[in-house]
Ligand binder design. Structure first.
Ligand code: SAH
Length: 347
């Protein structure tokens, strides 16, 4: 099995059968070997730097009904909120003073935020913080809308593909949502010129190793600049309330594989990873991740932007999250840097 990791390290690719074999036969010793290689690649590309992104969860209204997500339309118990433009700019100001140079605007698919409103918000952030990058994570939109956000100054877009198996996609989403559409959005974003992030949940209901192999092959084909993966965690108000969470162990293994497949990819150690294990994000960094996304949302919002149960940091202020992260990373020999943290191909 170590030969497969050596091959992945040297060539950044395996055959589908080899990915399957590697994932199926993983064990603690093999994982450690993988993480060593993943760290070597990460250090060669980015040293011990960790890029921070300030996450602003600007709305939890959503027109969609994804079976896994706590802010799905049918969860009538979710207390809905949206931030005003002024509140969003206030988050950016607080974030800027804390050293953030990337702001990630994430929300449910909320029709209140028309293209016009989004363009106004994006250009206002760009005017006030010209040295910062703006990332949008606002779901599926038309080519024209994506283009309008881009022209207003958004340079990055996160849209997890969720699963690259069409059959699996159909088991996680209602019929109105399709894998083809999701993929089309990702290709549109790339064509427009965004730094694009795809990704998936690890251990989502009905996921098999074959699904994961399809995810890896899709990632290799898309060549995204960022890949967001984290464990699935059930939310009590969804159809998947009783499903099991994904594991730390498999998430870390996949982070290591993705680092070797795309050596210079921007790879976050996600909040979900920090939720299933107290040291999840540190372990993610040690498995090859190089990005963390501390929460910048106002306290009132973060207590309502609940995609899954037991989400961490919902009671903290932005500054607490920022310094807590710095300490955590220092404890494992890595450092938070004040930088936009673009993908290497965009510098
Ligand atoms: N509406 C935006 C943002 C979605 S929330 C969009 O469609 O892209 C961001 C990510 O959270 C989702 O892409 C999904 O992968 C993840 N997520 C949602 N529910 C989750 C759960 N129960 N456990 C873990 N991750 C979840």
């Amino acid at each position: 099995m170590k030969q497969l990791i050596d091959k992945l390290y040297e060539t950044s690719a395996l055959t589908p059968a080899e990915y399957k074999e590697l994932i199926e036969h993983r064990n603690p010793e093999l994982s450690e070997y993988l993480f060593e290689k993943a760290r070597a690649v990460r250090i060669k590309n980015y040293g011990h730097d960790v890029y921070i992104r300030g996450l602003i969860e600007f709305s939890n209204y959503c027109r969609n009904d994804c079976y896994y997500c706590g802010i799905r339309r049918s969860n009538h118990k979710a207390e809905r909120y949206r931030l005003t433009k002024e509140q969003i700019l206030e988050c950016c100001l607080i974030g800027y003073d804390l050293g953030f140079r990337t702001f990630v605007l994430q929300g449910g698919e909320d029709g209140f935020f028309t293209d016009e409103k989004m363009v106004d918000i994006i250009s206002s952030i760009k005017t006030d913080f010209p040295d910062c990058a703006i990332t949008i994570s606002f779901g599926e939109k038309s080519y024209e809308s994506y283009k309008a956000f881009f022209d207003a100054g958004a340079e990055r877009y996160l849209l997890r593909h969720e699963t690259a198996s069409a059959d699996h996609y159909g088991r996680l989403h209602p019929k109105s949502l399709t894998l083809d559409k999701r993929k089309q959005c990702l290709y549109d974003l790339k064509e427009i010129g965004y730094q694009v992030g795809c990704g998936f949940m690890v251990g989502s209901p009905y996921q098999t190793i074959d699904c994961l192999v399809e995810d890896l092959l899709f990632i290799k084909e898309l060549k995204p600049h960022m890949v967001g993966i984290g464990p699935f965690i059930p939310h009590h108000g969804t159809p998947f309330a009783d499903k099991e969470a994904g594991t730390l162990e498999l998430t870390l293994f996949l982070l290591g594989i993705i680092r070797l497949m795309l050596p210079s990819v921007l790879l976050p150690a996600t909040t979900a990873l920090g939720t299933i294990h107290p040291k999840g994000r540190e372990l993610g960094i040690l498995a090859g991740a190089n990005v963390v996304m501390p929460n910048l949302s106002p306290k009132s919002a973060r207590q309502k932007y609940l995609l899954y149960d037991n989400k961490i940091c919902t009671g903290d202020e932005a500054a607490e999250c920022r310094y807590c992260m710095e300490k955590r990373l220092e404890s494992i020999g890595y450092k938070v840097v004040v930088a936009r943290g673009d993908h290497k191909s965009f510098k």
